[in-house]
Write a protein that binds this ligand. Sequence first.
Ligand SMILES: [Fe+2]
Length: 282
Amino acid sequence: MSLTPGHDLGLLQGPLLIFGGAYGNLPATRALQSVAERRGIPPQNIICTGDMVAYCAEPEETVQLIRRWGIRALMGNCEQSLAMRAVDCGCGFEEGSACSALSVEWFRYADSRMSAESRSWMAQLPQTLYFAMAGRRFAVVHGGASQLNRFFFASTPTALKQAELALLGNEVDGLIAGHCGIPFGQQIAGKTWLNAGVIGMPANDGTRDGWYMLLEQEGEALQASWKRLSYPAEQARDAMLKVGLTGYAEALISGLWPSEDILPETEKMARGVALSVAPLVF
Ligand SMILES: [Fe+2]
């Protein structure tokens, strides 16, 4: 399914704060809001790449916080599924996989907690955002440019990423995505691919932290830098256990995903190794 027409935010002056995957993790989302306030980054300079609701215990509360905050938000596959009252999360997990089995638990829960008003809000979210910064034009998508729920990891072959960038046309210099859950940044044939990471689930690196990305102007250049988000993970875990969400609860503490079906070999090998993402200047 191709993406719906995008929404253009025009010219933005940095710094921008970009994140994805709040996943119904209210303590993590609150912590990120405090980071933005401390850094003095206003809501119009904050972009969420989607999946505000998934694994964790407070989906409706997280959506309400994001709406009150007034940041720019993109439709992820979870918003799409909840807005459409679909039968599953639309993550694109293979049938019969552990990810697919695990998603039944949290999707049913999230679906049962979501208000009609939040679903209506999700239904009108854009699937692509465009903005310009320091003479560069960016497209922000949830997974890929061809498909909302397509997984692109750091190790995904360059040719596949190049094909996605080509779909966006010559005028787009960089793509910013989420969905895969592990942040990275790469230069691909003169263009830029950035994944901002997610705040609501660790990066399968054996630490509790979530990740977000800052995009700042440095003279004529732009710099993307990735930051760890530390937050009270026990609080989010306890909230999950209290409502019977067991599948991903301990992952918030161990920093390890309960299933790696979606991961390429390279990312599987990095399980439990504390992630470090070097800043990208371009
Ligand atoms: Fe997603």
